[in-house]
Structure formats: structure tokens, C-alpha cells
Design a protein around this ligand. Structure first.
Ligand code: B3K
Ligand code: ZN
Length: 870
């Protein structure tokens, strides 16, 4: 299907809208009948044709004001109604469609998940349910009536309030729902099934009682508490920090096993990937607990930023996603350690988002051109989008920002808004000029800041010369100067921060970089300072400043700012890797700087001052993190050098690592910041110790004594990565214990897929026939195939091309069953520009093979076309 691209500049307000819709579902997995009765309103009085979106169903009939209607044309993507004979501006359409949820493997529209039935409508899935004005600027009031077999589907859910229900013959029953808030079709949801239900309630700050209902598969009630706890915490936090209160009397969350992404914020009825709901100490790791809290928060926060104020068109997606990611990041930072959260978000941005900017899919956070909207739920729209919001927060301060939020919501509540509406509210509420700042919305690519400095000993004057440049991207050649907030600090040789003074006046630590080249001057600086640049990653840019090892070690040891300390270590690791990669390519022996080892030993010795930070500093960047610092990536070389670094650190610091490992003793498993931090540090020590002589014994014991998934998995990971003797036994034990639990087995599949063994691809292929594997379940697929292609770069990029052929075979199959997941998995293949000629040729050949198939989905087509034309 070669459908056309849409452009942001072509936006037109709709000629018609729908004010009310009544949906009747006669639910059955093999034959569902949907009757949609909508009240239409003509907005453009000249218009005589009504175009409705719709596809992938059996269309039965259409009535206009109760009469059979035949003046329409049907095509693969919709229905065009000829209304030239109809003069009324208000009319009713009744449309009947037939669906087969059981065979809908796309997991969009209405589909079967396990024994239940559910929907996923964002972005354009509602058109797989009925013909409709399936665009976010058409807001209607929904009433929904669901009829189904009662024993199979005792729970029938939809958005809003449950207003009526009844029993029918043959053990059928029905329920009617009404959502008082007008909403776009992408927020519609329906769920039917048999569940265990966890009930609770929340009293809002104005004293309203909200019923909270969490639906999980039968038998999973013991894994539901954390999600419920997180929901209540989110509701409270949004009231306290943003002054935003929940609006309906009920909030429901349903966990399903078959889901294309993380979760969906449907009004009053969130549908979640069970991965982001279910947790108990035996099945979930500390990281799982934290991501559940963050995703539950994210979807809840959408109720205001997304649902009450929605997007005018899909080009504005970052309006709700960037802002809501910013809000969930703040939620996590207020709950745990701000620095740790910041570091983890920056890691993600620097690897995944920077890589996207450097790929054929580069786009601004507000894209200009889209073929398949599902392809734009990206790192750029979400994560860079959140960085853009964060920069506004930095420029305006919390007070100015909250004033902007208040104004934005007051002006746009109940409406479909644009990114411009948001920026304009921020600007008017704070008085800060954001004219140049707006370019972040239209310019793609990762800006580069080159900084040099000079110090005048006599004058006690320090200067920073800052220049900015954004290299061209696949989508956009010419780049303009951006408004970049650059946060800095100046340390003296003893690590004391210096006051920033210019001509006797204290200046802000956030410098406004707005020109191609700019000079910043500081006075009364007594000795040559060590600059900490881009503190807290104050802008999503790459920094180029020629740090010496000594300067970085000073920052690592003494900087007040935790982020700066971590970032200094990242740069030290990078320098070390780069140096050794050159040696590797020249076939020279490796070297490891003694100064860096001493610095690491210093950090480890002071771990009690900041346990979490110690863990993060000690953690060697992943291969993919290192890879992103190169224009042309050598996957084999990076693996070999990183492996050397890991073994060298382990061997040099083994006594100290073992000491810390032994000092940390936790008996009971508790999920709180302190214990998570201690487990984290103990486990990072274990990962290194696995590479020493006592590794096998320690890891084996760690696994045996583990009373929680964090520790079990950490041992298993160490055994696999260090290829220990105990590995096969442990893997087998884990499999025997958990083979019936898909979510837990995902951890095992992911570990198998990231084995350093030379025959890992054979193992992965074997595992695709494992009884716990299911090709149609995106979680399983992401765990096994996704981990192999994204987290095992050396194996995926094997020079014989076997990794590429394997992925192509998977994509050929997925193209038919689930194009959305296929388009996610194709990403590493379209990024061939980052590899040597031989790999490039093989990767392109794989893409050409895909390009030749007849029914290529537009999800894959859009990406392949961009890649091959780049
Ligand atoms: N809004 C959904 C994502 C929908 C993705 C559609 N392909 C979840 C979220 O961002 O909260
Ligand atoms: Zn979201």
C-alpha cells in the first residue's frame, strides 16, 4: 500500500464535526457487530462531501437520518458521502460494521488479547472499528453499550461512568457507559473479559471520592498492589505540584498481555501492557518497580496534558507527549533521587535519541511530514520533546513555568491545541521571550557546542568561547542558531565552586547561547578554574571541550553537582575506550590509565556518601552507549575493548569490590530508595567480580541465596556475560521455575539474546520455537529479537550478514501480522550509514529484499524508502 504522506502545513479545520456518538457492540471474538449512531454538524456550509476514515472491516450498511443511504463511494481507506441532496446542517448517520477481534493480530482497533477483548485506538485505530472523522480535533460525547456472553466476559468496560446494565437470555448481559467529557476518537476504549479486580479509592483535594479499579488476569492479584499504590501517589503528586485534580468519579486500569507499546491513556479507562502493572518481589526487579511507577504516573498525568487538553492534529503529538514525559520525570525525581533520574534520562537521550537524529528517520519534535503516524511515537517526540519542555522550565523557573501551565490549561481546556498555544502561554505568563527558542520545534538534529577557554592570570579573568552548530540531518539541510541554555560551574583546583561574577555583578549559572559564536567573561577568578559545562544536561546537545584527564578527575572527585561527577566519569571511560580502540585497530596491546583506576578506587572507597551515584559512576557504559560517540561504528572493536576494560577494572579493584559486596547485607526485600540503592551497588560489584577467579563461586551463591528477582537476575546476568561454569545450570533452573510466566521469561529471553557466545544467533533461532515464546506477542518478540538486534550489536552486525538476514526474515513475517511492531524492529537496519562499506552493502541488500514484497505495510514502506533514498 503506497499511500501518500501528509504535511503539517496542509492542516485545515474540519468541514464537519460529530457532537455525540452512540456505539453499540454485540461482542464476539469471531463476529462482532458495531452500530455507530453519530450526530454530525456541518461546520463549512459550502461543503457537500463528507469523507469518513475507515478500513479493515466488513462494512454492512449506512443510514442517513434513519433512511437507507447509498450516495457514497468506498475505497481502501474510507468512505466519501455525497451530501449534495441534503440541506440540513445537522444530521444523524447510523453505520453498521462487522469485526473479527480474534484474528486481528495488528493489536490496533478491536482485538483479542488472551481470553479478553480490548481496543487500541491511538493514533488512527478507531477507523478500524467504524467509519468516522478519526482525527483528534473532532471531539464528541460518547455513550457505549456492550452486549456479550456473561460467563466469558463478566466485565464489560468503557470510558466514563457506568450508567445502566441488564441481563439477557442465553446468559448474555449488557452494560452501558457514558463519558461526560467530549473526546477525540483516539481516546475511546472498550475492554471485555474475566479479571481479578483490585479496588481502592482516592479522595481529591476538593474532597471528591474517586473509585479506583485495577483489572488483572485471574490469579495475578498478588502482583497488583504496587501499581495501585503508584496510581494514588501520582494523583496526589499532580495535585501538589501542578494543582491538577482528577475529574471523573472512576479511574480504571486494565492489564493485558498483548500490547504494542507500554500503555494507553484512554479517558477513565487506561489499558496497560501487563509488563507495566504486574509486580511482586519474586517476579519483578527494582527497575521494573520504578518503571511501573513512572508509566502509571505518565498515563495518569495525560488526563490533563493529553485528554482535557488534546492535540489539534498528530503533528502536534509532542504537545502531549513531551509535556507528559517531562511531568512523569519530575514525578520520579520528586519521589526518588533527582540526580539518578536525570542521569538515567540523559543516558537514554544520548544513545537512543541522538542515534535517531543521525538516522534516516531524523525529524523535529514537531514533524513536518508523516506517512504512518505510528512511526512518530519516537524518542525525538517523547524524550527530546521533554527536554524542550525542561529547557523552558530552566529559562522560566518553577514559578514562571507553573504560571504558564495554568494559563495554557485555562485557555485550552476542552479543546484541541497546538505546540504554539503552549509556548505562547509560557511566554505570556512569564514575560520571557521565546521567539528564538521556538526553533527547537521545527529544527531536527543534535546541536554541537564547541567550547574553548582562556584564563588571564594577571587580570583574574576567565573567558569561555562558545560556538554552536547543528549538522545537517536526513530531513533538513539548513540549520539556524538555537537558543541554548548552557548551565555551568567553575571549580578551583581543590574542587571549590567559584562565584560567577561579571563586572562586579553576580551572573546566572545558566548562560543564554543564542548566536553562532559567543564570548562569556568572568571576573575575580583567582586561579585557573576547571569548568563544569552543560551541568545537568541543560540542553539536548553534544559538547566538545578538550578536557584533560586531570580536569575530569577533579570534577569526578569534587564537583558538588552529582550529574557533573557522573558525566566526568563518562568522558573518562570514553577517552579510554577511544584510545584502546585505536590500539586495537593498529594491533597494539591495550593500556588502562592508572589514574582512572585510582579515581574509581576513590569513588568506591567513599560509596557511603552517595550509594546510587557510586553505582552509576562505576557502571561501564554499554556497547550502544559507547557506539553513539562515534560517527562510524566498529561493533566488534567496541565489544573487544569494552570487554578488556571490564576485565581490567575487575582484576585491579577486586579486593575493594569484594569488600563492598560483603559489607552490604540485606535480609528482607523492601522496595525503598535506600534498599534499591544498596542492591544496585552490590550487584554492580558482582558484575565485575564475575570476571575474577572467585566469580563462579560468588555468582552461584548469589543466585542460590537470592530472595527476590533483582538479585536472581543479577546473578544470572553475571553468569551469562562472564560465561561462567554455573551459567547453564542457572539458566535451566530459572526456566524450570518460570516457563509458565511470559513476563518473567522475557527476562530470560533477553539474557539469552545478549549472550557473548559466538553461536548466539543459533540460540536465538532455536528459542523462537521455545514453548514460552509466542511470535504474536510483542513482549516476547521484543525480549528475544529486539534484545538481539539492539543490545547485542557485535552479533547482530556479524560481518557475514547473518544477523541482517535473520531480522529480515522476522520482518517479512511481521509485515503481515503486526506492521507497527515490524516498523520498530527495523530501526537498526535502516541505520546502515553508521557502518563500514561492507556492512552497509549487506544492510541495504536486506532492505531491498523487503522493499520488493507486494503488500509492504506503509509503516515499513515509510522507513525503508527514507533509508534507501538517504
Ligand atoms: N499515547 C500512548 C501511545 C500510543 C502509541 C500509538 N502507536 C501512550 C503514551 O504515550 O502514554
Ligand atoms: Zn504518553
Amino acid at each position: 500500500m503506497q499511500s501518500k504522506a501528509k504535511y503539517r502545513k496542509d492542516y485545515k479545520t474540519p468541514d464537519f464535526t460529530v457532537t455525540d456518538i452512540f456505539l453499540d457492540f454485540q461482542l464476539d471474538p469471531n463476529h462482532t457487530v458495531v452500530t455507530a449512531i453519530s450526530k454530525f454538524q456541518r461546520l463549512n456550509h459550502e461543503s457537500t462531501t463528507l469523507r469518513l476514515d475507515g478500513h479493515s472491516f466488513q462494512f454492512a450498511s449506512i443510514k442517513f437520518n434513519g433512511e437507507d443511504f447509498t450516495a457514497y463511494k468506498q475505497d481502501g481507506e474510507g468512505l466519501t458521502l455525497d451530501l449534495s441532496a441534503q440541506s440540513a446542517d445537522q444530521f444523524e448517520l447510523e453505520i453498521v460494521t462487522n469485526l473479527v477481534p480474534a484474528t486481528n493480530t495488528t493489536l490496533q482497533g478491536l482485538y483479542q488479547s488472551g481470553e479478553g477483548i480490548c481496543t487500541q485506538c491511538e493514533a488512527e485505530g478507531f477507523r478500524q472499528i467504524t467509519y468516522f472523522l478519526d482525527r483528534p480535533d473532532v471531539l464528541a460525547r460518547y455513550s457505549v453499550r456492550i452486549t456479550a456472553d456473561k460467563s466469558r466476559y463478566p466485565f464489560l468496560l468503557s470510558n466514563g461512568n457506568r450508567i445502566a446494565s441488564g441481563e439477557l437470555d442465553n446468559d448474555y448481559h449488557w452494560v452501558e457507559w457514558q463519558d461526560p467529557f467530549p473526546k477525540p476518537s483516539y481516546l475511546f476504549a472498550l475492554v471485555a473479559g474475566d479479571f481479578d479486580l483490585l479496588k481502592d479509592s482516592f479522595t481529591t483535594k476538593s474532597g471528591r471520592q474517586v473509585a479506583l479499579e485495577l483489572y488483572v488476569d485471574r490469579g495475578n492479584l498478588d502482583r497488583a498492589d504496587w501499581a495501585m499504590h503508584s496510581l494514588k501517589k501520582s494523583m496526589k503528586w499532580d495535585e501538589e505540584r501542578f494543582g491538577l485534580e482528577y475529574d471523573l468519579d472512576i479511574y480504571m486500569i486494565v492489564a493485558v498481555d498483548f500490547f504494542n507499546m507500554g500503555a494507553m491513556e484512554n479517558k477513565g479507562l487506561n489499558v496497560f501492557n501487563s509488563k507495566f502493572v504486574l509486580a511482586n518481589p519474586q517476579t519483578a526487579t527494582d527497575d521494573d518497580y520504578l518503571s511501573i511507577e513512572s508509566v502509571i504516573g505518565h498515563e495518569y498525568f495525560h488526563n490533563w496534558t493529553g485528554n482535557r487538553v488534546t492535540c489539534r492534529d498528530w503533528f502536534q503529538l509532542s504537545l502531549k507527549e513531551g509535556l507528559t514525559v517531562f511531568r512523569d520525570q519530575e514525578f520520579s525525581s520528586d519521589s526518588g533521587s533527582r540526580a539518578v533520574n536525570r542521569i538515567n534520562n540523559v543516558k537514554l537521550l544520548r544513545t537512543a535519541q541522538f542515534a535517531e537524529d543521525a538516522s534516516p528517520m531524523a525529524h523535529p519534535i514537531r514533524p513536518e511530514k508523516v506517512m504512518e503516524m505510528n512511526n512518530f511515537y519516537t524518542m525525538t517526540v517523547y524524550e527530546k520533546g521533554a527536554e524542550v519542555i525542561r529547557m523552558m522550565h530552566t529559562l522560566l523557573g518553577e514559578k514562571g513555568f507553573q504560571a504558564g501551565m495554568k494559563l495554557y490549561i485555562a485557555e485550552n481546556d476542552g479543546k484541541a491545541a497546538t505546540c504554539e498555544n503552549f509556548v505562547s502561554a509560557m511566554e505570556r505568563a512569564s514575560g520571557v521571550d521565546l521567539t528564538q527558542f521556538r526553533r527547537w520545534y521545527s529544527q531536527s538534529g543534535t546541536p554541537e557546542l564547541s567550547i574553548s577557554d582562556s584564563y588571564d592570570e594577571k587580570m583574574h579573568r576567565y573567558q569561555l568561547m562558545v560556538s554552536q552548530m547543528t549538522p545537517p540531518t536526513a530531513d533538513q539541510m539548513d540549520k539556524a542558531n538555537l537558543h541554548i541554555p548552557l548551565k555551568i560551574a567553575l571549580y578551583d583546583q581543590n574542587g571549590m565552586p567559584q562565584m560567577l561574577v561579571n563586572n562586579g555583578e553576580v551572573v546566572n549559572d545558566v548562560l543564554n547561547v543564542t548566536q553562532r559564536e559567543q564570548l562569556f567573561e568572568f571576573h575575580d577568578i583567582k586561579t585557573r578554574p576547571v569548568p563544569a559545562l552543560l551541568c545537568d544536561f541543560s540542553a539536548p546537545v553534544k559538547l566538545d571541550y578538550d578536557y584533560t584527564t586531570e580536569q575530569l578527575i577533579t570534577l569526578l572527585k569534587y564537583a558538588k553537582n552529582e550529574f557533573v561527577r557522573w558525566d566526568a566519569m563518562q568522558m573518562l571511560f570514553s577517552q579510554e575506550l577511544r584510545r584502546n580502540l585505536n590500539l586495537y585497530q593498529e594491533e597494539q596491546p591495550f593500556e588502562f590509565s592508572q589514574e582512572i583506576l585510582t579515581a574509581l578506587a576513590y569513588v568506591l572507597a567513599h560509596y557511603q556518601q552517595n550509594i546510587e551515584l557510586t553505582t552509576l559512576i562505576l557502571t561501564l557504559p554499554k556497547e550502544t552507549e559507547f557506539a553513539e560517540t562515534f560517527k562510524i561504528i566498529d561493533p566488534e572493536g567496541i565489544f573487544v575493548v569494552r570487554d578488556f576494560m571490564q576485565r581490567h577494572i575487575a582484576a585491579s579493584l577486586k579486593e575493594q569490590l569484594l569488600d563492598v559486596y560483603n559489607q552490604i547485607r540485606l535480609t528482607e526485600y523492601r522496595i525503598n530508595t535506600q534498599d534499591i540503592a544498596l542492591r544496585g551497588l552490590r550487584n554492580v560489584c558482582l558484575q565485575y567480580l564475575a570476571f575474577t577467579e572467585t566469580g563462579n563461586m560468588l555468582v552461584n551463591k548469589h543466585y542460590l541465596y537470592a530472595n527476590n528477582m533483582t538479585d536472581s537476575l543479577s546473578a544470572l546476568n553475571a553468569a551469562v556475560k562472564a560465561q561462567l561454569m554455573c551459567r547453564d545450570n542457572l539458566l535451566r533452573d530459572f526456566e524450570e521455575k518460570w516457563h509458565q510466566d511470559g513476563l518473567v521469561m522475557d527476562k530470560w529471553f533477553a539474557l539469552q539474546a545478549t549472550r557473548p557466545d559466538p553461536n548466539v544467533l543459533d540460540i536465538v533461532q532455536q528459542l523462537m520455537t521455545h514453548p514460552s515464546f509466542n511470535f504474536n506477542n510483542p513482549n516476547r518478540l521484543r525480549a528475544l529479537v529486539g534484545s538481539f538486534i539492539n543490545q547485542n550489536p557485535r552479533a547482530f552486525h556479524t560481518i557475514d550478514g547473518s544477523g541482517y538476514r535473520f531480522l529480515t526474515d522476522v520482518l517479512l513475517k511481521l509485515n503481515d501480522s503486526n506492521p507497527q511492531v515490524a516498523a520498530r524492529l527495523i530501526e537498526p537496519l535502516i541505520r546502515f550509514g553508521r557502518y563500514d562499506g561492507q556492512r552497509q552493502t549487506l544492510m541495504k541488500r536486506a532492505l531491498e529484499r523487503l522493499n520488493e514484497i507486494e503488500n509492504l505495510s506503509k509503516d515499513l514502506f515509510e522507513k525503508i524508502e527514507k533509508a534507501l533514498n538517504s
